[in-house]
Design a protein around this ligand. Structure first.
Ligand code: ATP
Ligand code: MG
Length: 262
């Protein structure tokens, strides 16, 4: 007899099965030449959950996110999106998966020559041509309002602050209504007040949209505020994974050291 999962699969909607993590990585390994960056990482995130990935500079946090969206390929190990191994997917299948993922790059990575509104419209203009132009315009306004940037839509990225650029990057990441949100250092380089505002914004978006989110950061305060679970990377491994209290109570030397300096 066909299970609910089989039925969902035949309907092309494996994401309906809530017992499968939205994102899972298994035994992920990645080296660059002789540099061993990730050495067997296991992590998973469910719908509505936020996982913070912490670690020192160079620990492999950004590489991990790039492996999850398939910009880089692992030496071994697997990335599963809704239970589907992304290795060996055809380009169009990978394209379909990528559209479910909103990505905020480490340096916001806005297009310098495009206005704030054009930056946010970019994914819609490329992937939602089926949507009438006026509807796309409305959607951009709505997204900018959601991140508190509706008054700045005509400005260029060079004319807004770092915190505002992160907001615009977030709006762009949300444009295709992703089920998965990957944020690389959303508060890096911001003053504590702006960082706090971005944290509040991430919490609000997560409450409203119930995405599966992975937030890479070395900002422990931010991680504690926005995440349900924290994972600390060192030497290519997850040294500890748990709630902030679990990290505080850990007697692993590196964990205590990381907390002390954060
Ligand atoms: N494409 C690449 N080719 C060669 N080495 C790379 C490449 N991408 C990353 N690395 C190296 O892999 C290591 C991990 O890089 P990564 O960018 O993931 O670190 P990170 O944890 O994000 O650090 P940060 O907190 O500074 O952003 C670094 O030593 C980096 O130089
Ligand atoms: Mg990084």
């Amino acid at each position: 007899m066909a299970t609910a999962y089989d039925i969902a699969m035949t309907q092309g909607q494996p994401e309906e099965d809530s017992s499968v993590p939205v994102v899972a990585v298994e035994n992920l390994r990645k080296t660059f030449g002789i540099l061993k960056v990730l050495d067997g990482i296991n992590l998973s995130v469910n719908r509505g959950e936020t996982l913070a990935v912490l670690g020192r500079s160079g620990a492999g946090k950004s590489v991990l996110l790039r492996l999850i969206i398939g910009i880089e390929t692992p030496d071994s190990g697997s990335v599963f999106i809704h239970g589907q191994n992304i290795a060996g997917l055809a380009i169009d299948q990978m394209g379909t998966i990528r559209k479910k993922i909103g990505f905020l790059f480490q340096h916001a990575a806005l297009y310098d020559s495009l206005t704030v509104a054009e930056n946010v419209a970019f994914p819609l203009d490329h992937h939602r041509r089926d949507m009438p132009r006026s509807e796309r315009g409305d959607r951009v306004k709505q997204l900018l309002a959601e991140v508190g940037m509706e008054g700045d839509f005509r400005k260029l990225p060079s004319d807004i602050s770092g915190g505002m650029q992160k907001r615009v990057g977030l709006a762009r990441a949300l444009a295709l209504e992703p089920e998965i949100l990957l944020l690389d250092e959303p508060t890096a380089g911001l003053d504590p007040i702006s960082s706090g505002e971005i944290d509040e914004l991430i919490l609000k978006l997560q409450r409203e949209r119930q995405m599966a989110s992975i937030v890479v950061t070395h900002d422990l305060h931010s991680a504690r505020t926005i995440a349900d679970r924290l994972a600390l990377l060192d030497q290519g491994n997850v040294v500890i994974e748990g709630k902030f209290e679990d990290l505080q109570q850990s007697n692993i030397g590196f964990v205590a050291e990381f907390l002390k300096h954060s």
